[in-house]
Write a protein that binds this ligand. Sequence first.
Ligand code: UD1
Ligand code: UDP
Length: 366
Amino acid sequence: MPKKKIMLVFGTRPEGIKMCPLVNELKSRQDYFETVVCVTGQHREMLDQVLRVFNVKPDYDLNIMKAGQTLFDITCDVLLKIKGVLEKETPDVVLVHGDTSTSFAAALACFYLQIPVGHVEAGLRTRNLYSPWPEEFNRQAVDIITKYHFAPTEQSKQNLLNEQKPAEGIYVTGNTGIDALKTTVQEDYTHEALEWAAGSRLILVTAHRRENLGAPMHSMFRAIRRVMEEHPDVKAIYPIHMNPQVRKAAHAELDGCDRLRIIEPLEVLDFHNFLARCHLVLTDSGGIQEEAPGLGKPVLVMRDTTERPEGVAAGTLRLVGTSEEIIYNAFTELLESQDAYDAMSKASNPYGDGHASERIADALKG
Ligand code: UD1
Ligand code: UDP
């Protein structure tokens, strides 16, 4: 039987973390697959960190990132630059991930060239096109084009069925992010920043959502600062996103807060080990909402909506929006009420057993 040529296209940190385990799984099945990796470089340093950790060397790098890039820049640059790669490689299937502009533009390019698309992490929905923005549009648009839907959970499969997607094209696989998580957390891990926080309850903070840039992000940071200043037994580590707008807001609101350290983005192995050791998380991230429930770490999700209702149902995630008062109250309660903390800190993993990449490879083998 001729080998199937599978091309994986991704460009940001979280796509890298969730696609690299699949790249390595497909590469381990050389008898069945020819695996081609095309990165768009929508993220540069933050993607390169991930490629290093998983030892993945792209065959193509579109290298599109520019400082302050707009949605127009990303979409147009990916669309135009990927055309030649797709025409040269003529893959049997192109795999894209999740909801980024890289994924949307790459899927659109495949549609124009009539190349079948497989969507890893298909079927997540908030049903609000502006939250998260532009991700909810991206993921819905990719699913219109997709032939093979790799849904992480039964709920995401149901979302696709509700949109009349054919059942025979939907595979429930678990989330490939859990594949990554299973290989990173180590018992004997140490790090200088963790030593600084030893003896205190450690709070982990991240923030980057486009719809939170500006006033909402300032409110989020002000709430965090107020709580930190009122609780001397707590320290916070904030590995900051490289977006200059995020950095400006964070430094404006958080500089001079002694027990909160802003550090550069952590490599994923480090981040997962910080997550495993922290007391709780404040974030607007998507991927962290999947990782934290498995580790039993309460997450205050600083967003108005979530496409990860499984973690909310499990009790680990609580949506708190971006209002200063609501975040302040929820964060304070979690620090001061053991009952509130215990109710959220039970480990539960709705996102699979760490074998999602194998299931996707099996499905592609046909
Ligand atoms: C993107 C995705 C978002 C995902 C997030 C993960 C879209 C529209 N958004 O948003 O879904 O949750 O990645 O982090 O696809 N930058 C660097 N170096 C890097 C990465 C970013 O300098 O390695 C800076 C650049 O100035 C860049 C800016 O960050 O212009 C924003 O990056 P961009 O990919 O446009 O948006 P994100 O907010 O990261
Ligand atoms: N992460 C990381 N280093 C950091 C912060 C996060 O490796 O300093 C990982 C985290 O474990 C998760 C992913 O990055 O797997 C989440 O990325 P991000 O929040 O940027 O994007 P989203 O998931 O919201 O799309």
